[in-house]
Write a protein that binds this ligand. Structure first.
Ligand code: FES
Ligand SMILES: [Fe+2]
Length: 426
């Protein structure tokens, strides 16, 4: 439980809010490279409560600008993307990817002051199929070396889906492994899994214990339960500043996977799944679920990208007969199940009315770290995890280890034995 005041701090992402300022200290995945073509249509982009346009110029460079033209505020979304810049439809002013005004077409040359005009713009970098932007005013750090984002674009799969609620309540679903064997797997039994699939231990015991540690990049948990005699079944996951998770949903070492819960505004979130080794997992051996992309066609609306067909209006297509006889939820698919429960908590859930259990310790500790980091920023201190290279130390997944070791021991050991980057690249 947190107070109403702390809840407001955790959930507000606009410019000038404590959490909004914290998030503006990190590179943010904004769009897929494939969403903007050279000299193609500009893309409406809602990020941290700001209305932006993204476009790719004739040289292939990507610009992200405030959507209001600095002349008299017409939307640059309607602009012409032509020959090295975006030209506003209203009076023909043209802007480069850095926001610099390149042409003031309605002003005689001797009255021209284009060198003094810059549209509000944010830095961009592209890497492996993702467009990243930095929305802070200070010097940005290096891009985070999150393993799944280091995989070449030709090997990576993106599954994105919009959620109509605040970023933190959807992120917290990833820090809560115990829901997996209810919401997603409540009807599964030990016999649902192959005899050598470690997930059978989750079906046998739906109430794991947890170890939680603070890490350089955020927080980490290991949920543990008995496996075969002398062994423990671990599920390890991470929260990484400011809005990343790696869930334990695949076999450790074969699970190149990350999720960014990117706030569009306080009540809309772009859930980005980045899968670095799709197709490389053994049949039945992975928690990666395909076929989640039951999405409406994209529109150009501010909220028009990657909307699922399941939504509050159609009760997420819950089928009560299926719920009674086949699955625990009756809702079609893991993504829709998560969507239904997290959106049903209200657009911004009131955490002051919760009753947290030991299974929620990871959530409680992560909230505290976020509050501390937001407070530190407000005091002028450095944001945690600004060194992009440390993220390479985070990997999630499930594995079996001998009894008796701590989370740190078990994690280090499992990490040392596996090389998922090589798996992805071969
Ligand atoms: S409003 Fe854009 S050029 Fe005038
Ligand atoms: Fe879930």
């Amino acid at each position: 439980m947190v107070s109403k005041q702390e809840n407001a701090i955790l959930t507000g992402v606009g410019a000038g809010t404590p959490m909004g300022e914290l998030m503006r200290r990190y590179w943010i995945p904004a769009a897929m490279s494939s969403e903007v073509e050279a000299d193609g249509s500009p893309l409406r982009l809602m990020l941290l409560g700001e209305r932006l346009v993204a476009f790719r110029d004739s040289n292939g460079e990507v610009g992200i600008l405030d959507h209001h033209c600095p002349h008299r505020n017409a939307s640059l979304f309607f602009g012409r993307n032509e020959q090295g810049g975006l030209r506003c439809l209203y009076h023909g002013w043209k802007f480069g990817v850095d926001g610099q005004c390149l042409d003031m077409a309605n002003v005689p040359p001797h009255q021209d002051f284009k060198s003094k005009i810059k549209a509000k713009s944010y830095r961009t970098i592209e890497r492996n199929g993702l467009i990243w932007t930095y929305m802070g005013q200070d010097e940005p750090p290096a891009l985070p070396s999150i393993e799944a984002t280091m995989v070449p674009a030709s090997k990576v799969t993106f599954n994105w889906m919009q959620r109509e609620c605040n970023w933190l309540q959807v992120l917290e679903g990833d820090l809560d492994t115990s829901h997996t064997d209810f919401l997603h797997g409540g009807a599964r039994t030990v016999q649902s899994f192959a005899p050598d699939d470690p997930r059978r231990f989750g079906a046998a015991n739906r109430a794991p214990e947890y170890e939680i540690e603070e890490s350089e990049w955020g927080t980490m948990y290991g949920a543990f339960r008995p496996a075969d005699p002398g062994e423990t079944y671990w599920r390890v996951a991470h929260f990484m500043f400011p809005f990343w998770t790696i869930t334990p949903s695949g076999p450790f070492g074969r699970h190149l996977y990350a999720r960014a819960w990117v706030p569009m505004d306080d009540t809309h979130t772009m859930a980005m799944r980045i899968i670095g080794n799709a197709g490389k997992v053994a049949p039945g051996g992975s928690g990666i679920v395909t076929g989640l992309d039951d999405l409406m066609p994209n529109t150009t609306d501010w909220y028009g990208r990657f909307r699922p067909n399941t939504n509050a209006e159609n009760d997420y297509l819950i089928d009560r007969e299926v719920q009674r006889t086949k699955t625990f939820s009756g809702i079609p698919g893991i993504a829709a199940e998560d969507q239904a429960v997290t959106e049903s908590m209200d657009a911004i859930t009131d955490r002051s009315t919760e009753h947290l259990a030991p299974s929620d310790r990871m959530i409680a500790i992560t909230r505290r770290r976020l509050l501390e980091a937001a407070e530190a920023i407000a005091q002028g201190a450095k944001a945690p995890g600004r060194d992009g290279s440390i993220y390479a130390g985070a990997r999630g997944g499930y594995f079996i280890a001998p009894n008796g070791g701590s989370l740190t021991d078990a994690y280090r050991d499992a990490f040392g034995k596996t090389a998922p980057m090589n798996l992805a690249l071969t």
